[in-house]
Write a protein that binds this ligand. Structure first.
Ligand SMILES: [Zn+2]
Length: 262
C-alpha cells in the first residue's frame, strides 16, 4: 500500500538537490521587475501627471504649496458652459462666492448670455481647449489651435482668459509652449472633488493634499453634474466654517506666494 501512494506522480518525492541556489538567484532576478512594477503603479496613481515639471506650470503640487498663511480656496468648474451653469451661478451669487469656470471652446457660442452673466458677477473664465481632447502627444499645431480657437470664441464676448487647464490634466512640452504663445499659464488643481464619480462631496473636506493639511487650495468640480449643483450650497457652508477665503484662480495665484516647506 505504501508503495502505491509514493508511486503517485503528484505525491512522488522530488529528487534532492545540493543547496537551493536557484531560488535565491530567481528572487534576485525578479527584484528589478518588482521595482519597475512598483514604480509604474506609483506613476499610475499620481494625480494629474505631467510630462515634465516646469516651474511655469501651476500643477497640483505648485498650487498646494502656495499661500499657507491664508486659507485661500478657489472653486473651479470644468467642462461648461452647459445646462447647470446658471444653477451654479445662482448658488455662488447667493453665497457671495466667486468661482472660476474652465470652459470648452466649442460650447461657448451656445451660452453667450450665461458667460456674460458669469463675468459680470465677478467670476473668472479659463480655457479648457476647444474640443476637450487630451493634449499630450498631439501635434504642436493642433494643440495651439485648440487653445487659440477657444480664445477667439471668448474674445467675441470680450473675455480674455489667463489660465489654460488641459483636459484630464494631461499636457506635454508642446502644451506649455502653445499656452505661452497665447500668453497663458497652465493651471491644474490641488483638491479633486471627484464629483464625476458622484461621491459624497463632503468627503473632500479636511484632508491631506500633497502633504499639506488644511482646507485650502484649488478645488476641481465639473459644470455638468446635477450632483455638484445639489451638494455645492452645503459644501460652501462647510468650507466657510472651516475658514476658507474664497477667491478666483487669478486671485489665488496673485494673492499667494510659493510656500517654503522645510
Ligand atoms: Zn474636462
Amino acid at each position: 500500500m505504501l508503495a502505491h501512494t509514493t508511486a503517485h506522480p503528484l505525491h512522488a518525492p522530488r529528487p534532492r538537490r545540493s543547496r537551493p541556489v536557484l531560488p535565491v538567484r530567481r528572487s534576485a532576478a525578479r527584484a528589478p521587475f518588482l521595482l519597475l512594477a512598483l514604480l509604474l503603479a506609483a506613476l499610475a496613481l499620481r494625480p494629474a501627471p505631467a510630462a515634465a515639471r516646469d516651474p511655469s506650470v501651476l500643477d497640483g503640487l505648485a498650487l498646494a504649496q502656495r499661500g499657507a498663511s491664508a486659507n485661500l480656496c478657489a472653486l473651479t468648474f470644468d467642462d461648461g458652459p452647459g445646462q447647470t451653469t446658471e444653477a451654479l451661478l445662482n448658488i455662488l451669487r447667493d453665497k457671495g462666492v466667486r468661482g472660476t469656470f474652465f470652459v470648452v471652446g466649442a460650447r461657448v457660442h451656445l451660452y453667450p448670455e450665461t458667460l456674460k452673466r458669469l463675468v459680470a458677477e465677478g467670476n473668472e473664465v479659463g480655457n479648457h481647449t476647444f474640443s476637450h481632447i487630451s493634449m499630450r502627444q498631439r501635434a504642436p499645431v493642433e494643440q495651439l489651435s485648440e487653445i487659440a480657437r477657444t480664445n477667439e470664441e471668448l474674445a467675441k464676448l470680450g473675455i480674455v482668459p489667463r489660465y489654460l487647464r488641459p483636459p484630464y490634466g494631461r499636457y506635454d512640452n508642446a502644451t506649455i509652449d502653445a499656452a505661452a504663445a497665447q500668453s497663458m499659464t497652465i493651471a491644474l488643481w490641488s483638491v479633486d472633488s471627484r464629483d464625476w464619480r458622484k461621491h459624497d462631496l463632503a468627503a473632500i473636506l479636511p484632508r491631506k493634499s500633497y502633504g499639506v493639511l488644511g482646507v485650502r487650495g484649488v478645488f476641481l468640480f465639473h459644470d455638468n453634474h446635477r450632483e455638484t449643483v445639489e451638494a455645492l450650497p452645503s459644501l460652501i457652508d462647510r468650507l466657510t466654517e472651516a475658514g476658507c477665503t474664497f477667491v478666483t484662480m487669478s486671485e489665488y495665484v496673485e494673492t499667494s506666494g510659493p510656500l517654503c516647506l522645510h
